[in-house]
Design a protein around this ligand. Structure first.
Ligand SMILES: [Fe+2]
Length: 443
């Protein structure tokens, strides 16, 4: 287990803050009208934050609202689960929870069918938030969600459908879930698995769903011993990936060497083959521990369903994580991908650089950070719905050590290593957390 340090990048904050008209260095592009939101664990009311696992803690949203070249507001808000609401002396807004698993989702925040949703995996359902990040209550897709949901969804940019794979330790399967563009669940497929694997993410192409069934599984001994995160590397669990046709029920499985994948960058069909770009951990959670695992690398896997084979190639062996792609390329061929130095998340060191990978020509642009700074996941925001793949901006929360507070960094994607287009100065520090989204306002 790796517990949350009481100081430094991962230390939680204790206040909810609302600030208007934020100071900006540079010029916020006028086309950026919407919200940059990011989720992360922020243990609530715990005297000793180190009693909380680094992956756990109540979800806190951080949001910056941009409009007309201005940074109108910053807000940070805990998600009001029943426990959080009680702690804050508020009424809980009841809603449909699964198996009494009412957790404040801490892993991702997305928008679908006009709703802002905080997400988490392994059983608890999403929570819906207002535009200003107030909690509206648990969300089950208007009754359509059979169980829990996931932290990592994929939206098909052609259909607007939202795809997901949910897992739960009490299930003998993982569940593929499709919601249509209006938020109605239109399809679920239960995919049989053994040992209760952790399925943090998956991949989507136009033809297939790619399932990761990898050797981190539910660990009963850890659970009975009171471990906060009862999942561990399991040598006895075969590593395999599956191809489920998007309109089918039968999975074709491929055995691979043991490894773990938290995050997909993107995937696409290449003739009969399937190409998956991802970040691979050679091992992870050995004995349930985040420490002492070999660092993650950027891989390209090519799945050949005809030959029944997976070819794995490491494209960049620098430690990195939080892979992201232009969301308009999800399930389609992409040229560019963004990652950040992953070391911050592995051994408590601060992050080192933001990376932009060019999959077409090869090569990586590296944007080093200032001394003592650290950066979270980078999200791409297109300049216009039909702009070119890297015609737009890259946004990330970066801690400014000199100021002792966090900035929202806005880079021109085509000038990735150049001077930022704009730097929005938030009034407070934002702890390193998990995932976020640029959510443009409806046109
Ligand atoms: Fe994740």
């Amino acid at each position: 287990m790796m517990n949350r340090p009481t100081d430094g990048p991962f230390a939680p904050v204790t206040e909810e803050v609302t600030a208007f008209d934020l100071p900006v260095t540079g010029r916020i592009p006028a086309e950026l009208c919407g919200r940059y939101l990011r989720n992360g664990p922020n243990p609530l009311g715990i005297d000793d934050p180190s009693a909380s696992h680094l992956f756990l803690g109540e979800g806190m949203l951080h949001g910056v609202r941009l409009r007309d070249g201005k940074a109108e507001w910053y807000r940070n808000r805990w998600v009001r689960s029943r426990k959080v609401a009680a702690h804050l002396g508020e009424e809980w807004r009841p809603g449909p929870v699964f198996q009494k698993l009412d957790w404040a989702p801490n892993t991702h925040v997305i928008s679908h069918a006009g709703r802002t949703l905080a997400l988490i995996e392994a059983g608890p359902r999403p929570y819906e938030l207002s535009y200003e990040l107030d909690t509206l209550g648990p969300y089950d897709f208007d009754g359509g969600l059979p169980g829990g949901y996931t932290a990592h969804t994929k939206r098909d940019p052609r259909t607007g459908e939202l795809h997901a794979i949910a897992y739960f330790f009490g299930w003998q399967y993982v569940q593929y879930i499709v919601a249509d563009a209006r938020g109605a669940i239109t399809r679920t497929v239960n995919i049989r698995v053994s040992d209760g694997p952790m399925v943090h993410d998956f991949a989507l192409t136009q033809r297939y769903v790619v399932v990761y069934d990898l050797p981190i599984t539910f660990d009963l001994d850890l659970a009975l011993g009171g471990a906060l995160l009862p999942y561990a590397w399991n040598e006895a669990h075969p590593a395999r990936i599956g191809l489920l046709p998007r309109d089918g029920e039968d999975v074709q499985w491929f055995t691979i060497d043991p490894c773990f994948v938290f995050h997909t960058l993107n995937a696409f069909d290449d003739g009969e083959k399937v190409v998956v770009d991802l970040v691979k951990f050679p091992k992870m959670l050995q004995n349930g521990l985040l420490e002492d695992n070999p660092p993650p690398v950027l891989d390209r896997w090519t799945i050949d369903p005809v030959a029944g084979r997976v070819t794995q190639r490491t494209l960049d062996d620098r430690p990195q994580e939080f892979p992201r792609v232009d969301e308009r390329r999800v399930s389609l061929p992409h040229r560019y991908g963004y990652t950040v130095s992953g070391e911050a998340l592995l051994d408590g060191k601060v992050g080192e650089a933001m990376l932009k990978h060019d999959y077409l020509r090869g090569g990586t642009e590296i944007r080093p950070l200032g001394r003592g700074s650290y950066v979270g996941e980078a999200v791409f925001a297109p300049s216009a719905p039909d702009s070119a793949e890297d015609e737009g901006h890259v946004m990330a929360l970066m801690y400014d050590a000199a100021r002792g507070a966090t900035d929202l960094l806005i880079l021109a994607a085509q000038d990735f290593t150049g001077k930022p287009v704009a730097t929005v100065h938030l009034p407070v520090r934002v702890p390193l957390g998990f995932h976020g989204s640029w959510l443009p306002d409806p046109a």
